[in-house]
Design a protein around this ligand. Structure first.
Ligand SMILES: [Zn+2]
Length: 152
């Protein structure tokens, strides 16, 4: 990466405690500041602004890691779906958010529109509701579990 990125800096903490897997061209890490085990960020090592700027090798590595990470997140307790999002509005660096949608999230009536899960509303609402300043032990446990699955 060539320019500093606050999101990457938070995820690539010096001890690497949030990093799940680092490959040649990409880093998969747990999102900081949230009590949602399995909420991961995937970013290419090279600082590119959007997915349209990836090289062929980066494309393959990002796609491969996305697929493996989604499988691993779906194996965590209570996770039913994994939402994939990329905005690029706050920092000019491609990050793919892998957001676990749990069974419990649907217990909140605000998560549903006409009886169906409303993905964008769920993402927005639960990111706020689950924000924390101290990393919970459940997130540490999920990091260890995901490393176990993905590093083999
Ligand atoms: Zn970044």
């Amino acid at each position: 990466m060539t320019a500093p990125c606050p999101l990457c800096e938070r995820s690539n903490d010096p001890e690497g405690s949030l990093v799940i897997l680092r490959t040649r061209r990409a880093v998969l890490s747990h999102m900081a500041g949230i009590d949602l085990p399995g909420y991961l960020l995937l970013a290419p090592e090279r600082h590119v602004e959007d997915a349209g700027s990836l090289t062929g090798e980066e494309e393959r590595e990002m796609a491969h890691l996305t697929s493996r990470a989604v499988q691993a997140i779906l194996s965590l307790p209570g996770v039913r779906k994994v939402y994939l999002l990329s905005f690029g509005e706050v920092v000019p660096h491609l990050h793919l958010h892998l957001f676990p949608r749990t069974e419990a999230m649907l217990q909140d009536p605000a998560s549903l529109t006409e009886g169906l899960p409303n993905g964008p509303a769920i993402f927005e609402r639960w990111r706020q509701r689950l924000a924390v300043s101290v990393r919970p032990p459940e997130v540490d446990a999920a990091i260890l579990r995901l490393r176990e699955i993905l590093q083999r």
